[in-house]
Design a protein around this ligand. Structure first.
Ligand code: 5GP
Length: 317
């Protein structure tokens, strides 16, 4: 674990409000964090509790700054955070997104992390809400818009239908020029998985229940979140995981999902995988760096980060 911690890492699948640590939540007056279990339904109840504690731009800023700091302390140097635009009695979706974008940019500069944002569309809400969020993205000031590199479809997988979000996802891709990642196969639904793959997203979240016939045709890169999957699928251990190892390493990135809710870190997730598959130090170094190849940030930003983090290996390639 100490070795993995020292390596610079890249995180591609982290939900903002799932990544917030207990200390931050307590400071915002949120209790009841530890008491609950972590089945899928319990996780969504917990997200609602967290959202209740983060109702205005000051709380949002605090959460965003603390989350970037926490990843930086784990030596994460590239961070794609995703978050669902939320309007409350105290803020609009526009204010929410501007606050998150400004906070992560400032905190990223302070803690030496390149941060980019994905806008999450919530499948449990009406599809018009997704469209509305895209309108908000479109109208953002340039400095906030520059932080947003993709969209994600997430939210309670037992609610809503993927097909209803295809128009919004298509719009995000064609009109706003954003990359797309989709939570896929968190629960059994082979038809929906086929629809998602037909859309050809740039990456997939989880991809736990994918029929072998579709898997055989090849998948986009899978964002794999070991602890989250173990808890929500109620597995006994990593060796029961349905994706590791059937998906080959070149098509898989290890991520945290909700580092606060699952009390984990990218170091812990990668260490778990390294132990289970007896990876060599070279392979571990690959595992920590590989996500950058699949990052949604502009290639020139990725390139300059790589030159800085791995000067000897990058300059010659
Ligand atoms: P937020 O988008 O509010 O910053 O982060 C919390 C939200 O992320 C949750 O309300 C939920 O919509 C989404 N989320 C977090 N973890 C998961 C997960 O494991 N699966 C799915 N489908 N959505 C998740």
């Amino acid at each position: 674990e100490a070795f993995v911690r020292t390596l610079p890492k890249a995180e591609l699948h982290a939900h903002l409000h799932g990544s917030v640590r207990e200390d931050t939540l307590r400071a915002l007056g949120c209790t009841g964090f530890v008491a609950q279990g972590r089945t899928l339904e319990e996780c969504f109840a917990l997200f609602a509790t967290i959202h209740d504690a983060v109702q205005d731009v000051n709380a949002v800023r605090r959460v965003a700054e603390d989350v970037v700091r926490d990843f930086a302390q784990d030596n994460v140097r590239y961070l794609e955070l995703r978050s669902t635009p939320r309007a409350t009695a105290h803020m609009t979706k526009h204010e929410y997104l501007v606050t998150v974008a400004d906070a992560v940019r400032t905190a990223g500069a302070k803690h030496d992390v390149l941060v980019r944002l994905l806008v999450s569309l919530d499948r449990a809400r009406d599809p018009s809400d997704a469209n509305d969020s895209l309108d908000v993205v479109k109208a953002l000031p340039a400095h906030a818009k520059a932080m947003i590199v993709g969209v994600d479809l997430s939210g309670n997988p037992t609610k809503g239908r993927f097909a209803d979000f295809v128009p919004a996802l298509t719009r995000a891709r064609s009109e706003l020029g954003l990359k797309v990642t989709i939570h896929c196969g968190e629960v059994h639904d082979d038809n929906e998985v086929a629809e998602i793959l037909a859309f050809a997203p740039d990456r997939l979240g989880h991809a736990l229940h994918v029929p072998a016939s579709l898997r055989a045709k090849g998948l986009p890169v899978v964002e794999c979140c070991p602890t989250s999957n173990i808890k929500t699928l109620a597995l006994d251990a990593l060796h029961e995981h349905p994706v590791l190892p059937p998906v080959d390493w070149a098509h898989l990135v290890v991520c945290t999902d909700d580092a606060g809710v699952f009390e984990t870190s990218l170091t812990k997730e990668m260490t778990m995988v390294a132990h289970e598959f007896r990876l060599s130090r070279d392979q571990i170094a690959q595992l920590t760096r590989a996500p950058l190849r699949h990052a949604f940030a502009h290639p020139k930003d990725i390139r300059s980060l790589e030159m800085r983090l791995w000067p000897s290996q990058t300059s010659s390639s």
